[in-house]
Write a protein that binds this ligand. Structure first.
Ligand code: UDP
Length: 324
């Protein structure tokens, strides 16, 4: 039996792949390589394909006995989703329906899905727990919430078993340095700060310094990508043991402001760099911090690398290696 990783050549997917493979799972990565990297798939089998192509998905199910699917394939640029919602609804929602259709056809009923804290929109309070209202403020978050909704209906009608993970801010890199974050374009805070530290960018920008937070900058919950990998492993075992379909936040339950992230990068890298205040970025909630008690209780999840300095240290090691 194999586990199919859709989007397994991406940042989070490649770390999940390594974690599963090391635990003895046979993994098959299916990725269109639009944003993923072939060289990030260092474990298991790889098939290049797109979820818009139902035949391509079927071929994978014909070739392998797929026990479960981990579905991480999506477009994930918030700003782009506002400008081009059709692209997001087609790729993230419609193409997921293709996958679910083929899964049904081949009797595969277990799925782990990458959702996001962006499904909560601007939360009424933090920490955010799973049963709080979900009112996404951009098409990216809305597309993920639609799929969550689809799962509820597919469970009732077709017996689909799911684990939905709502990631907070994925960060860091493989502690062994084999894989890491490699987005193009890069929009995420920590890699951009590392670019400023290494001199690749001339300065770092703080998007908004007048939020009602501890120091005026946005607060986020950064979660190590290795710990996300562990959660997927536990989620898979949970489904294998007949666990009930459920939704889980994955975060460290700790708020880190943009300024604190800047200071952490300066501390860890030992480099100083220019930091400038900039306008708020549209659609950024002031504070997003996870309540992750449910994943701890029900899955036995225990994040290993909760300190922002450790997350930055691993990301920096990868960043330096990538630059050669
Ligand atoms: N941010 C920033 N400067 C940057 C990039 C991001 O101040 O150059 C802020 C952004 O406004 C947000 C936080 O850093 O509050 C994390 O942003 P990121 O894009 O990494 O993740 P998001 O929270 O959007 O998923």
């Amino acid at each position: 039996m194999a586990v199919l990783l859709c989007g397994g050549a991406g940042y989070i997917g490649s770390h999940v792949n390594k974690r599963l493979y090391r635990e003895g799972y046979q993994t098959v990565t299916f990725d269109n390589l639009v944003y993923g990297h072939r060289e990030a798939v260092k474990w298991g089998d790889f098939i290049q394909g797109d979820l818009k192509d139902q035949n391509a998905i079927e071929q994978v199910f014909q070739k392998y006995d797929i026990e479960a699917v981990i579905h991480l394939a999506a477009y994930a640029y918030v700003g782009e989703s506002v400008a081009e919602p059709e692209k997001y609804y087609c790729n993230n929602v419609a193409n997921t329906l293709n996958l679910l259709h083929v899964m049904r056809k081949y009797g595969c009923r277990k799925i782990i899905f990458s959702s996001t804290c962006a499904t909560y929109g601007e939360p009424e309070r933090v920490p955010i727990v799973e049963d709080m209202p979900q009112h996404p403020v951009n098409p990216y978050g809305a597309s993920k919430l639609m799929i969550e909704r689809i799962f509820r209906d597919y469970e009732k009608a077709y017996g689909m078993q799911y684990v939905v993970f709502r990631y907070f801010n994925a960060a860091g890199a493989d502690p062994e340095g084999e894989i890491g974050e490699d987005h193009d374009p890069e929009t995420h805070l920590i890699p951009l700060l590392l670019d400023a530290a290494s001199g690749k960018r001339k300065e770092a920008k703080i998007f908004g310094t007048d939020y009602k937070t501890k120091d005026g900058s946005c607060v986020r919950d950064y979660i190590h990508v290795y710990d996300l990998g562990t959660a997927h492993l536990l989620g898979l075992r949970y489904l294998e043991n007949g666990g009930k379909s459920d939704f889980f936040n994955l975060g460290n339950e700790k708020g880190v402001s943009v300024w604190e992230a800047v200071n952490s990068v300066k501390r860890v890298t030992g480099r100083d760099f220019k930091v400038v205040s900039a306008e708020r970025r549209e659609g950024d909630p002031a504070e997003l911090v996870a309540g992750s008690e449910k994943a701890k209780q029900k899955l036995g999840w225990k994040p290993l690398y909760g300190e922002i300095d450790t997350i930055v240290e691993h990301a920096w090691k990868w960043h330096e290696r990538k630059r050669g």
